[in-house]
Design a protein around this ligand. Structure first.
Ligand SMILES: C[C@@](CO)(OP(=O)(O)O)[C@H](O)COP(=O)(O)OP(=O)(O)OC[C@H]1O[C@@H](n2ccc(N)nc2=O)[C@H](O)[C@@H]1O
Ligand SMILES: Nc1ncnc2c1ncn2[C@@H]1O[C@H](COP(=O)(O)OP(=O)(O)O)[C@@H](O)[C@H]1O
Length: 283
């Protein structure tokens, strides 16, 4: 059996998410602060000579060729004319459609890892540009540093917010990004802020009110959490992150959560775990 290599695909949080307008093609202009978590999926790669991209893990509700893992690998194969193949498996822990960017993170890890394993030597900027066509959040995961992002998320200014401990909870609903962004009554006119001069505490998530008005599961859990810690939705939801200064506090509140709520505790990371793995490669 040939050698296997594993790389992390961490989660992201949107510490705030302002919608500042909408483009004529329907896409929204955003201002958001991304931070990674030291928690996420793990992808394992086995190089082959078959020329084929094979995802060995099955996903409920996502066909093999629609999976962002497969799409990213095929894209890289196509642009680089690489004749090598790969078998990929994943230990999937991030909920899908949770606002934690799992799909985008998986795609970014494929691009970054295969760039190394297939010895393609693309720059980070080139990989990020390739990734953008797979999803708006892929570039931030490729760049791998916490950042204030603009445009659809692809204009990236690295920043270093405080690395809190977070309790991340998932209300028992899945909310699609497209559903939120197509809502006629979503707030789309938040005034742009200056990336070098803003108070994090005065920022917010423009999707949150829309979501809590429609999903009581999110509204109820958020109302419960804010009694214990500052709490906000990430991305278009449905996950909520609550900030703590230490791990023990986060774990204590986790132990008190209403029954049946999926959750995990993780630390904010301004440098993505993927970057650490790449720096140490070959392992
Ligand atoms: C809102 C954010 C913030 O981090 O997070 P999520 O909650 O999805 O994780 C992202 O920008 C989401 O990025 P991503 O999940 O990659 O979205 P995409 O697949 O590119 O887009 C899904 C759909 O949402 C709409 N969309 C997406 C991004 C954007 N800036 N404006 C939009 O209107 C489009 O209709 C698009 O077809
Ligand atoms: N490898 C993947 N991991 C997660 N979702 C994927 C993947 N490939 C395709 N998808 C699709 O992308 C959607 C968005 O998933 P994800 O990025 O995890 O959530 P979010 O955009 O809410 O942060 C999923 O609902 C799923 O249909």
């Amino acid at each position: 059996m040939s050698q296997r290599f594993s790389f992390p695909a961490p989660a992201k949080l949107n510490l705030f998410l302002h919608i500042t307008g909408q483009r004529s093609n329907g896409y929204h202009n955003l201002q958001t602060l991304f931070q990674f978590l030291d928690f996420g999926d793990k992808l394992t790669f086995e190089l082959t000579d078959s020329g084929k991209v094979e995802l060995l893990t099955t996903f409920k509700g996502v066909a093999h060729d629609d999976n962002l893992i497969v799409k990213a690998a095929k894209k890289l194969q196509l642009v680089s004319k690489a004749d090598k193949g790969v078998k990929i498996s994943i230990d999937k822990v991030l909920p899908m459609g949770g606002g934690l960017g799992g799909g985008s993170s998986n795609a970014a890890t494929v691009l970054v890892a295969l760039n190394k394993l297939w010895q393609l030597n693309y720059t980070t900027t080139e990989l990020a540009a390739l990734g953008l066509s797979l999803g708006a959040d892929v570039p931030i995961f490729v760049h791998g540093h916490a950042a204030f992002a603009e445009g659809v998320g692809e204009i990236i200014h690295p920043q270093s917010p405080q690395e809190h401990w977070y309790l991340v909870t998932k209300p028992d609903v899945s909310i699609s990004t497209a559903e939120v962004f197509s809502a006629p009554d979503l707030t789309r006119n938040t005034a742009p802020i200056d990336k070098g001069d803003y108070e994090l505490a005065s920022c917010h998530n423009d999707c949150q009110n829309w979501v809590i008005n429609r999903y009581p599961e999110v509204a109820n859990l958020l109302a419960w959490l804010v009694e214990y810690a500052p709490s906000q939705m990430t991305g278009t939801g449905a996950c909520i992150f609550s900030s703590f200064t230490c791990e023990q506090e986060a774990r204590y509140i986790q132990s008190k959560l209403p029954q049946g709520i999926e959750s995990f505790v993780a630390k904010g990371a301004n440098t993505s775990p993927l970057m650490h793995a790449v720096k140490n490669f070959p392992f």
